[in-house]
Design a protein around this ligand. Structure first.
Ligand code: NAD
Length: 484
C-alpha cells in the first residue's frame, strides 16, 4: 500500500506480493454515505488474472503438501487475526459498503470469524469411503480438491460473503483467485494480507481487484481456473454459466431473490411487523433474501400497513459511523437511481406509496424506507428484484392464495411464515418453493445450515457440509486383489 495524498492506493495481491496492475490503472473507491474518495484500487486485467491463476495452480501442491490438521490450524490463525483486527475491518466494511457500523459489528464480522472457524474444523474430516463393490478388488474413494477456485463476490456483504467462499475452498485444499466487487474491495484486500500473516503460503489466496466485465470474464474463461463460485445478479450469473460451458467449468451460482414473507391472521402481530420491517429494511434492502413481498391476510391488511409505516418512521437513517444508525445509504449512485426508477415504475403501474418513496438528503446515496400498497402480484415491483428498501404489500384471501402468490416468481431463495397454527406452518413451509423458510422470524443465516436457491436464485448450496461438495471431487480407486 502506498499513501497517495492521504488517499491510500492498493495494488493486486498475487503470489504473496503486491503487484502493480498491468494496465497501470486504478479505480476510485467511494464512501457511499459521504461520497468521499477513500482509496484508489488496482484495475486488474486479463493478464493479471493469468498471472494469479498460474500462481494459484503452482500453490496447489504447496497447500496440499501441508497436513489437513495443520491447514485447519492455519485457518484458525486467520480467524484469530480477523478477531484481532476486527475494529479496522469493521470500519473498512462500514465505510466502503455504506453499512451502519453497529450492524457490521453485530452481524458481518462475527459471521466471517465463525465461518472461518467452522471450516477450520472440517479440514481433517473431509474423508472418502471404502465401498465393498467387489470380492476381487479393494475399492474406495478419496475426496480431492477441485483445484483453483475463482471466487466472484458481490458488494452487499463483501466481507461475509467473501469468507463464505474463501473458508470452505481453503479447507478443501483448493487455492483461489478472489475478485471482490469493483465498488467494495477494501476488506478482501486486507484479508489477503492477513492470510499471509496467518501462514497461508504465497499464491494460495490471490486478490485481483477490478471490473467484473474484465477480471470476472477473464476468470471464467481461464483454463487454469477449475471452478467459479459466484454470488451476484441473475444477469451476470447467466453469462458466467454460458462462459463456463466452454471449458466445462464447475460452477455454483447464488443469485437474486424476491422473497415472500407471509403474515397470517393468527400471527403475533408485534413480532410479525418487527420481523417483516427488518426483513426488508435491513442493509437498506440490499439483501438477496430480503422479504420484499409482504403477503398479508386481508383481515389484518390495514392494521399491518399502519404498523409497518409506524416502524418505518422510526428507522434512524444517517451517519454510518454512528452506533445509533439503523439504516445506511445504497452502495452507489447507480444503485440509488435503479431503486428510484423502480419506485417510479411502481407508481406508474398503479401501486400506492403508503410511506417514503424519496431520496433522503443530497449527499450520500440514501433512499427512505418505502412501502407500496395496492400492489398486484403481476406488477414489475412484485416480480423483479429491486435491491433497495422497498416493500410491496400484497393482500391474500387464504392459505392457497398465499402459496400461489408466494411461488409466483422466477426466484426461490427464501420465504417467511408468521402464524401460531403449527399444522398450517408445516403445510405451507412444505409447499413454498424456497431454499430457506423462516417461521415466526426472518432473515437469519448460520454457516452450519445450507444456503441457496433454485431457478433464478441459482443453484448449489453454500454453508455447512453441503459447501464441501462445491470444492471437492470424489475419486474412485480400484485395487485388484487377483493374484498375478
Ligand atoms: P453483480 O452481478 O452486478 O456483481 C456480482 C459480482 O460479479 C461482482 O464482483 C461483479 O464485479 C462481478 N461481475 C460483473 N460482471 C461480470 C462478468 N461479466 N463476469 C464475471 N463477473 C462479473 O451483482 P451485485 O450487484 O454485486 O450484487 C447484487 C446481486 O447479488 C443481487 O441480485 C443479489 O440478490 C445477489 N446476491 C445473492 C446472494 C445469495 O446468497 N443468493 C447474496 C448476496 C447477493
Amino acid at each position: 500500500m502506498n499513501d497517495n495524498k492521504k488517499v491510500p492506493q492498493y495494488e493486486l495481491l498475487i503470489d504473496g506480493k503486491w503487484v502493480t496492475p498491468e494496465s497501470g490503472q486504478y479505480s476510485t473507491i467511494l464512501n457511499p454515505a459521504t461520497e468521499e474518495v477513500i482509496a484508489h484500487v488496482a484495475a486488474g486485467s486479463e493478464k493479471d488474472v493469468d498471472t494469479a491463476a498460474k500462481a494459484a495452480r503452482a500453490a496447489l501442491k504447496v497447500w496440499n503438501g501441508i497436513t489437513a490438521a495443520e491447514r485447519g490450524r492455519i485457518l484458525n490463525r486467520l480467524a484469530d487475526l480477523l478477531e484481532k483486527n476486527q475494529e479496522e475491518l469493521i470500519m473498512l466494511e462500514s465505510m466502503n459498503a455504506g453499512k451502519p457500523i453497529a450492524s457490521v459489528r453485530r452481524q458481518d464480522m462475527p459471521a466471517a470469524i465463525d465461518t472461518l472457524r467452522y471450516y477450520a474444523g472440517w479440514t481433517d474430516k473431509i474423508i472418502g469411503q471404502v465401498i465393498p463393490a467387489r470380492t476381487d478388488a479393494l475399492t474406495y474413494t478419496v475426496r480431492e480438491p477441485v483445484g483453483v477456485v475463482g471466487a466472484i463476490v458481490p458488494w452487499n456483504f463483501p466481507l461475509m460473503i467473501g469468507i463464505w467462499k474463501i473458508a470452505p475452498a481453503l479447507a478443501c485444499g483448493c487455492t483461489l483467485v478472489v475478485k471482490p466487487a469493483e465498488l467494495t474491495p477494501m476488506t478482501a484486500i486486507r484479508i489477503g494480507e492477513l492470510a499471509l500473516e496467518a501462514g497461508i503460503p504465497p499464491g494460495v489466496l490471490n486478490i485481483v481487484t477490478g471490473k467484473g466485465s474484465v477480471v470476472g470474464d477473464a476468470m471464467v474463461a481461464h483454463p487454469q481456473i477449475d471452478k467459479i463460485t459466484f454470488t451476484g445478479s441473475p444477469k451476470v450469473g447467466r453469462g458466467i454459466m454460458q462462459g463456463a460451458a466452454v471449458n466445462f467449468k464447475k460452477i455454483t451460482l447464488e443469485l437474486g431473490g424476491k422473497s415472500a414473507n407471509i403474515i397470517f391472521d393468527d400471527a403475533d402481530l408485534d413480532s410479525a411487523v418487527r420481523g417483516s420491517a427488518s426483513g426488508i429494511f435491513f442493509n437498506a434492502g440490499q439483501v438477496c433474501s430480503a422479504g420484499s413481498r409482504i403477503l398479508v391476510h386481508k383481515k389484518i391488511h390495514d392494521e399491518v400497513v399502519d404498523r409497518l409505516i409506524e416502524r418505518a418512521k422510526h428507522i434512524r437513517i444517517g451517519d454510518t459511523a454512528s452506533d445509533d444508525t439503523i439504516m445506511g445509504p445504497l452502495v452507489s449512485r447507480n444503485q440509488m437511481n435503479t431503486v428510484m426508477d423502480y419506485i417510479d415504475i411502481g407508481k406508474k403501474e398503479g401501486a400506492c406509496v403508503a410511506y417514503g418513496g424519496q431520496r433522503v438528503g443530497d449527499k450520500g446515496f440514501y433512499v427512505s424506507p418505502t412501502i407500496f400498497t395496492d400492489v398486484q402480484h403481476e406488477m414489475r415491483i412484485s416480480q423483479e428484484e429491486i435491491f433497495g428498501p422497498v416493500a410491496s404489500i400484497i393482500p391474500f384471501e387464504d392459505e392457497e392464495d398465499a402459496i400461489r402468490i408466494a411461488n409466483g416468481t422466477a426466484f426461490s431463495l427464501a420465504a417467511g411464515i408468521w402464524s401460531a397454527d403449527v399444522t398450517r406452518i408445516h403445510k405451507v413451509a412444505h409447499e413454498l418453493r424456497a431454499g430457506t423458510v423462516w417461521i415466526n422470524t426472518y432473515g437469519y443465516t448460520d454457516v452450519r445450515l445450507p444456503w441457496g436457491g433454485t431457478g433464478e436464485s441459482g443453484f448449489g448450496r453454500e454453508h455447512g457440509e453441503a459447501a464441501l461438495e462445491n470444492f471437492t471431487e470424489p475419486k474412485t480407486i480400484w485395487l485388484s486383489l487377483l493374484k498375478r
